[in-house]
Design a binder for this molecule. Structure first.
Ligand SMILES: Cc1cc2nc3c(=O)[nH]c(=O)nc-3n(C[C@H](O)[C@H](O)[C@H](O)COP(=O)(O)OP(=O)(O)OC[C@H]3O[C@@H](n4cnc5c(N)ncnc54)[C@H](O)[C@@H]3O)c2cc1C
Ligand SMILES: *[C@@H]1O[C@H](CO)[C@@H](O)[C@H](O)[C@H]1NC(C)=O
Ligand SMILES: *[C@@H]1O[C@H](CO)[C@@H](O)[C@H](O)[C@H]1NC(C)=O
Length: 509
């Protein structure tokens, strides 16, 4: 190597350090605004990220959203006959304030409620069937489980109360640099301990009985996460909250929130798959070097690349979900983080149920149960079986009894065979199967949670799913990442990872 190239390298390196220092130390006003931001993924996470990035960075920044598939990702619908039905994420908790805000902001509405009725199936028979009379249910439950049932409500409320603190923090612009710091800000060491042990351990330690866990908690974990009471305690609490009353869905389909947010945020949708992201340096007009991210992508019209100041990855970086190569980063960023996603197959069947399959002697015309949950036992090869309603409830709609052909949704870990279908249904005329890598396979105590910050201005929203996967979790993470990106860009360190926010903000709202 000759001297000239050597000194040029030295100069470049110097420039690099210099530029690096400057970005870190830059004060508000000195640092110019970012010009271009990329969001990878058009699910609720990516859509919410573009909405909050627009809110934080203002009208001038160009936001590109990359999505090769259907907008909505794991929020998806399929058509059966004349109507559309949810096949992915379906219910939203009444206290999911981000989802509520989106629906209000976008002028959408909640789907009309159709009363539901739950039963629990152990693979042979129905071990519990909800009555139409609240008092009957109440007495049955108390008879069987003592006060476990009431204490469970309080246990879940305790977690939910702390979870709700995030809304106030975010309202005041605070953000967190890791999933652990975010959890700690909401629920202190208690939350960190909760994600690090199983739901079973957590509830047993709090005095819940094994029989209550088997009969009642496990079926809820199975319908919501396709897994047992060995999921982590935090996602377990989220799952139990999913058995509260007042759950809702978006009229016309949950995925409408995603397209609505993309439109509202004036982002440009690029229908392409991102293949790689690399760190690039480019001399700027002022003589220093500026660093960019080069996003390479493949769409219908071939492959291309663009440069961005900030990139938000809003898809899980796991086997089978996305294959993005990261190059030019030290330390290196992996394409896939450790841990895998759990498969849940969602099968929609338009047909007549074989009620004897459920071991009941009730006449099909009298059978009005809408949600059959299952216990974690030998005979249960399905996670749940539900009679589902269209994404938009037509006027005068009434859920038909099991004697009529209607749409059922089966969640199972493996696709249903023809024999299984023939056993469960007397007849059917259409079947639609979706195989989801649905949510993480939770195995606490867990190895390190993936980071929110992959590099200086490169963020990873779906790291949050390792605490719990839900629409609201992605939305909350999207707002956190938008705030984090903003504060790090402008050097506003006082808004990142603040301790004791709960005490400090008390009485502020
Ligand atoms: C069957 C099922 C039931 C569920 N039930 C509920 C429920 O009742 N309530 C609830 O709150 N949650 C539920 N969930 C979880 C919820 O759906 C998810 O947590 C949430 O939708 C995740 O949103 P996301 O935007 O973070 O990820 P995703 O929706 O997965 O979005 C990621 C997007 O990125 C795109 N993408 C991937 N790779 C690339 C690439 N290389 N370049 C560009 N784009 C890429 C994908 O096509 C996808 O659209 C359920 C999930 C499933 C599967
Ligand atoms: C309905 O289920 C019962 C109980 O599993 C089974 O014996 C019967 O054969 C099924 N009916 C049909 C028509 O498959
Ligand atoms: C989680 O548990 C593991 C193993 O028991 C431990 O090493 C780790 O420190 C724990 N993490 C937290 C955040 O408590």
């Amino acid at each position: 190597m000759d001297l000239r190239t050597a000194s040029l390298r030295a100069l470049l390196l110097l420039g690099l350090c210099h530029a690096g220092r400057r970005t870190l130390a830059s004060a508000p006003g000195i640092q110019a605004q970012p010009r271009r931001i990329a969001v990878v993924g058009g699910g609720i996470g990516g859509a919410a990220a573009s909405y909050y990035l627009r809110q934080e960075f203002g009208a001038a920044v160009k936001i590109d959203v990359f999505e090769p598939g259907t907008i909505g990702g794991r929020l998806a619908t399929v058509k059966m006959g004349d109507y559309e039905y949810e096949t992915g994420g379906c219910v939203i908790h009444p206290l999911n304030l981000h989802m509520k805000h989106f629906v209000d902001r976008l002028g959408l509405s909640q789907r009309k409620d159709v009363p539901s009725k739950v039963a629990i199936f152990d693979g042979k028979e129905l071990v519990f069937e909800e009555s139409d009379w609240f008092i009957v249910n109440f007495i049955r439950m108390i008879w069987r489980y003592g006060f476990n049932i009431i204490r469970m409500r309080m246990w879940v409320e305790g977690v939910l109360d702390k979870f709700m603190r995030i809304y106030q923090y975010q309202q005041f612009g605070y953000s967190f640099s890791s999933v652990d710091k975010l959890l700690h800000a909401m629920g202190g060491d208690g939350f960190l301990a909760l994600v690090n042990k199983t739901l079973e351990e957590a509830m047993m330690a709090d005095g819940f009985s094994q029989i209550f866990l088997n009969d009642f908690v496990a079926p809820i974990a199975r319908v919501n996460y396709g897994q047992s009471v060995r999921i982590n305690g935090f996602v377990g609490a989220v799952s139990l909250a999913g058995a509260d009353s007042g759950l809702w869905a978006v009229d016309g389909g949950n995925k409408r929130v995603c397209s609505g947010l993309l439109y509202h945020s004036k982002s440009e949708l690029i229908p392409a798959r991102v293949t790689s992201i690399s760190a690039k340096l480019r001399p700027s007009k002022t003589g220093t070097t500026a660093s960019f991210y080069e996003v390479n992508y493949v769409g219908e019209s071939g492959s291309a690349h663009s440069l961005y100041d900030i990139v938000v990855v809003a898809t899980p970086l796991h086997e089978g979900l996305s294959d993005i190569t990261f190059s030019g980063f030290t330390p290196p960023i992996p394409s896939h983080y450790p841990g895998r996603y759990h498969q849940t197959v969602s099968t929609l069947v338009h047909g007549k149920l074989n009620v004897s399959y459920l071991g009941t002697t009730e006449a099909a015309s009298e059978f009005t149960v809408s949600d059959v949950l299952t216990t974690d036992s030998e005979g249960s090869d399905i996670n749940s079986l539900s009679s589902i309603d269209p994404v938009h409830i037509p006027p005068g709609y009434k859920r038909p009894p099991a004697s009529q052909a209607k749409v059922w949704k089966v969640f199972s870990p493996e696709p249903l065979s023809q024999e299984q279908l023939a056993h469960m249904f007397l007849s059917w005329d259409s079947v639609s199967e979706t195989r989801w890598l649905a949510y993480p396979a939770y195995r606490p105590p867990h190895r390190r949670t993936p980071p929110f910050i992959l590099h200086d201005r490169l963020y990873y929203l779906n790291a949050v799913e390792w605490a719990a996967s839900a629409m609201e979790m992605s939305a909350m993470s999207a707002r956190n990442v938008a705030l984090l990106a903003h504060h790090r860009w402008y050097g506003q360190d006082g808004k990142i990872d603040q301790e004791d926010l709960h005490t400090r903000l008390r009485g502020e709202l």
